[in-house]
Design a protein around this ligand. Structure first.
Ligand SMILES: NC(=O)c1ccc[n+]([C@@H]2O[C@H](COP(=O)([O-])OP(=O)(O)OC[C@H]3O[C@@H](n4cnc5c(N)ncnc54)[C@H](OP(=O)(O)O)[C@@H]3O)[C@@H](O)[C@H]2O)c1
Length: 344
């Protein structure tokens, strides 16, 4: 099969469209003919060699978001049929024995992730445990489905199991055009929260409003803390969902209401952040929460909500798989809003 693979870290040019062996299913696996995959921040970070997940090896085929048609079944698979249109849960927690991908489910150790530590969707075919595929409704197209796995699961876990976001609360999120924030804006609105979204350009702010955000601010030119306090009539926000890291850490914290939660799931602008005022933190009862990996059962639960409708996929652009290097360049320029899709 054809795949977009790289065997050394470097710029987008290391991505090579090459022939590789077809995946071979274990007894409890399926092979998916990939119809679409999409880019995530980790694809770029690992390709550059800036950070790699425990268990990552070279050569690597990225692509944590996989949707397609089941074309081959292992000998002990039931409940999945050849021809099923499926989305793949990339997190390899709770994979049963009999799958070629079993034994990688240590959530706080070397957690296996399709497209991050084992071959993913930047290919014509992808291996997945039968326990980790979910049917796509006939009415949902590939592009809508492929936006879900990484972006929506990251936002879902951070907002609800970790952040306990409730109806009537206020939630602020940065980098509104990123995949994760595009999902967070919509999930928070769906849950009945008021959403404050910030982004790096006025154009992205406009798109965030169209996606459902209640208030928007350009975070390069505006005063994030002052704006958040003004919009909440001085109260501050109940939650900040952050993955930008140090660049907006201090204004995020000072924007919080008493007992507000600062939930973090990423370090795009660096891995070290300073608490700007311990006095503010303890006096206001601020809680800083790390968003750990989502649990196996959460994927099906969140997928059902997504299939219930009312969400926008926010696809920015579509590239052929062979043109994946250009897609990576676009992501590195931050020249996108939502998801960049690749089609094998
Ligand atoms: N913990 C997990 O399981 C998990 C899973 C998925 C993703 N993540 C993390 O979540 C983050 C987002 O992932 P993604 O794939 O959605 O990323 P993405 O689409 O690549 O978006 C990253 C965004 O960061 C913003 N940004 C960059 N530099 C900035 C700066 N100096 N100030 C403010 N904003 C800046 C940019 O938005 P603007 O153009 O608006 O500035 C850019 O769109 C990443 O850190 C990723 O590693 C974590």
């Amino acid at each position: 099969m054809k795949a977009l693979q790289y065997d050394q870290p470097g710029g987008p040019e290391v991505l090579q469209y090459v022939d590789v062996d077809d995946p071979s299913p274990g007894a409890r696996d399926v092979v998916v003919q990939v119809s679409a995959t999409s880019l995530n921040h980790l694809d770029v970070v690992q390709r550059n060699g800036w950070f790699t997940m425990p268990g990552y090896t070279l050569p690597h085929i990225a692509g944590m978001d996989v949707v397609g048609t089941v074309v081959e079944l292992g000998s002990e698979v039931d409940g999945v049929s050849v021809g099923d249109r499926v989305v793949v849960d990339p997190s390899l927690a709770e994979v049963p024995d009999g799958s070629a991908l079993a034994g990688m489910g240590d959530l706080y150790g070397e957690l296996g992730v399709i497209g991050a530590t084992v071959p993913g969707g930047y290919a014509e075919r992808c291996l997945a445990p039968a326990s980790h595929v979910h049917r796509i409704p006939d009415s949902m197209d590939w592009h809508h489905a492929v936006c879900f796995p990484t972006a929506w699961m990251t936002a879902w876990h951070a907002l609800f199991p970790v952040g306990r976001l409730a109806a009537g609360e206020t939630m602020m999120v940065h980098a509104a055009g990123s995949g994760v924030s595009m999902a967070a804006i919509q999930l928070a609105k769906h849950a009945g929260a008021t959403v404050l979204a910030t982004a790096g350009t006025d154009d992205k702010c406009g798109k965030a409003l169209a996606l459902g955000a209640d208030h928007v601010l350009n975070n390069r030119t505006g005063d994030v803390t002052g704006w958040a306090r003004e919009v909440t009539q001085g109260a501050g926000v109940d939650m900040v969902f952050d993955h930008v890291g140090p660049a907006l850490w201090a204004p995020s914290m000072f924007a919080l209401a008493p007992r507000g939660r600062l939930v973090n799931c990423g370090n795009t602008t660096g891995d070290a952040a300073t608490i700007p005022s311990l006095g503010f933190m303890f006096h206001m009862g601020i809680q800083i929460l790390g968003s750990d990996p989502y649990r196996y059962g959460e994927f099906g639960e969140a997928w059902e909500v997504y299939c219930g409708g009312g969400f926008r996929a926010a696809v920015d652009s579509v590239f052929p798989l062979a043109g994946g290097a250009d897609a990576h360049r676009k992501m590195e320029r931050s020249d996108f809003f939502g998801k960049i899709v690749l089609e094998p």
